[in-house]
Design a protein around this ligand. Structure first.
Ligand SMILES: C[S@@+](CC[C@H](N)C(=O)[O-])C[C@H]1O[C@@H](n2cnc3c(N)ncnc32)[C@H](O)[C@@H]1O
Length: 236
């Protein structure tokens, strides 16, 4: 099995606890901005690397009929048990058994940093997108990869080299919950070049701010720094 997928197999139960503990993961503070970006709609949507299904459930609440693609069986089972979408497919991002140009909305949320081979995953997302459809990619902001934040003081320090595609490992315990992140930190151009190389067209970049009234945001250094970067793209 590919090492990127094997890693998530190993830490699946930690991730489910991490994202399902109310207010623990950063996403919940960014959910209003994410909903505003996607907007209410109908029809099919695809989430690739869907994990236990939280993003698919948000897409479903906006009106979309979501197909979840995820290689880790434990995640698909958790997603299905939580009624996260309308269809569940166990597959890696580079080989999804769906027809070309079949999805008007394709979402890859915080998963491309976890994929070792970026180009094949991007090519598959663009292949599945309908002409005129929307491809939404969420990543950790490439500059945020250089920052170490200190929640107790709300401060941060920066270091490291930006320009390389480099491996990261970050095993941590926060508020009693363990999580081991592993993946690739890449410069922004690695994503835009992979997108354009796959036949996609960049539409816009969004640097979302966390909801000011969310408890996660209070005293967070990320009130004033970009933690995430969202890329919207299309295909001619
Ligand atoms: C940080 S989690 C994000 C899950 C979900 N998108 C969310 O935001 O809750 C990263 C996900 O990427 C998946 N993943 C890792 N490597 C993958 C690959 N090669 N193909 C497809 N998914 C992969 C993992 O199994 C995991 O579900």
């Amino acid at each position: 099995m590919q090492e990127d997928i094997a890693h998530w197999e190993r830490i699946a139960s930690d991730w489910i606890r991490w994202v399902r503990t109310p207010g623990h993961d950063a996403f919940w503070a960014y959910r209003p901005a994410f909903e505003a970006l996607i907007g209410a709609g109908t029809g099919p949507a695809l989430e690739i690397g869907a994990g236990e299904g939280r993003i698919a459930r948000v897409l479903g609440s906006l009106g979309y009929a979501v197909t979840l693609v995820e290689p880790v069986r434990a995640f698909l089972t958790a997603a299905q048990d939580s009624d996260s979408g309308v269809r569940y497919i166990q597959a890696p991002a580079h080989a999804i058994p769906l027809p070309d140009a079949s999805m008007p909305l394709v979402v890859l949320y915080n998963m491309l940093m976890d994929v070792d081979a970026l180009a094949p995953a991007m090519a598959e997302a663009v292949r599945l997108l309908t002409p005129g459809g929307r491809l939404i990619i969420g990543i950790i902001h490439p500059l945020a990869d250089l920052l170490t934040t200190h929640r107790d003081t709300g401060s941060w320090t920066a270091g490291g080299r930006y320009f390389d595609d480099r491996a990261f490992e970050n095993a941590l315990v926060r508020d009693g919950l363990a999580m081991h992140f592993r993946g690739r930190a890449r410069p922004l151009a690695a994503y835009t070049e992979a997108l354009i190389g796959a036949g996609g067209t960049l539409q816009r970049l969004v640097e979302p701010e966390p909801a000011a009234d969310d408890p996660w945001t209070q005293n967070s250094p990320w009130q004033g720094l970009p933690l995430f970067l969202w890329i919207e793209a299309s295909k001619a």
